[in-house]
Design a protein around this ligand. Sequence first.
Ligand SMILES: CC(C)C[C@H](NC(=O)CN)C(=O)O
Length: 487
Amino acid sequence: MFSCVQMNTCAMVLLLCGAAVHSFRFDELIKYVDDHQEEYVQTLREWVAVESDSSDVTKRAELYRMMDMVGEKLRKMGGKVELVDIGEEQLPDGSSLALPKVVTAQFGSDVNKPTVCVYGHVDVQPAQKEDGWATEPYNLTEINGNLYGRGASDNKAPVLAWIHAVEAFKALDMDLPVNVKYLIEGMEETGSNGLDAMIKSQKSTFFSDVDYIIISDCGWLSKRPALTYGTRGNCYFFAEVEGPKQDLHSGVYGGTVIEPMTDLIGILDTLISPSGTILIPGIRDAVAPFSDEEWKMYQDIEFDVESYREKIGVEQLMYNNKVELLAHRWRHPTVSIHGINGAFSAPGTKTVIPAKVTGKFSIRQVPDMDPAVVEKQVTDHLHSVFAKRKSPNKLKVKMIIGAKPWLADIKHSLYEAGKAAVKRVFNVDADMIREGGTIPIARTFQDVTEKSIIMLPIGGFDDGLHSQNEKMSTKTWHYVLMCGLLY
Ligand SMILES: CC(C)C[C@H](NC(=O)CN)C(=O)O
């Protein structure tokens, strides 16, 4: 019987070896993984302690440090490591800032073996204890078999799981059954800036011998292990409304000026209806029809709508039928409004009229929607509804992220290998699922390298990604690592 921590590491081992792995060698790998559980958790603790928040430019030094740590870890394992300069990003104030380098590494170059490339990211979403965390977000804390910390599930532990899988082979002086390459970036959570260009420029070098790409940056749907074959895209917008030259006292000036916040709330309210219908003209035109085959697949997936509702803590969901709910989570577009910059948000009762406010919202898009088309539809729509308001204020709309959706061919042998690995480790068939979130670079990998991609989720269904109390269960983590070793 495998222990919890063994299971995840070993899933990676299984994936790397293919189902034909020799049992006695596999047992040695499992033992190695089992004996090193504490070290794995310690390394994760060191990685989580780095506040590698890619959305906060004041944390950029931490992000650079994080990339150095990843490079160092892979170098110590004997990999051929490079930290690739991917240029700079332009900040809204006109200045520029160096993007974190991308770490590439290579283990083995045997022309008789296939080459797999593992992609992951080590940047994180923002987190503060005051957001409602029970523990310090950057201090990995183990409670009842769960490791709490920002980035624990998204995506530091999964990246480490793949590193530990190769490390186990190297430590035991065992020949890797495949050549393994890594590509680890630090800007995923803000749209993978600079990575598209890097992948295109390395198509005939780093990617020339890559046969398959593996991504573990997603979660299971339930307690059942899963393989992911699609992600939604993300078009992220800033809508800025600017009025008076400075903030105003609402008692002194209220009733005499047209307020930017009123304009902003008014136009944001035209994006989506209370029941979830997107109101932007033409937005659903390119959505691929939901086929009978898909309906049947969704029907067979293990998923309990009621426990999903309870877990989220809402009284009512938009859909109570399993198939409809999953379809709206994975393969229909949606609009989410994330925040308003410039608005008063502190506790207390400041009576200001903000002079300039920026609404932030994003549209998760699905095949066959195209970010360039979405950008035009959204921009035209917002300018049109704003014009009807006849406001003297100024509106600027800008698409900040334009990440495409991704869909794989689940009949590809890669998915057969994935299913075999999951079956061997967990002794159940994997759920074939899609992901409502976005891996911005997935589609670029597919389009540029023309190679197949598989997503092997390591996160649990309740890991709290991007939320308070994000966690990785030691059980899930190392179960899936075993799949990787078998693959
Ligand atoms: C474009 C988004 C910021 C990407 C982000 N990705 C993930 O969370 C994947 N770990 C998302 O919000 O989907």
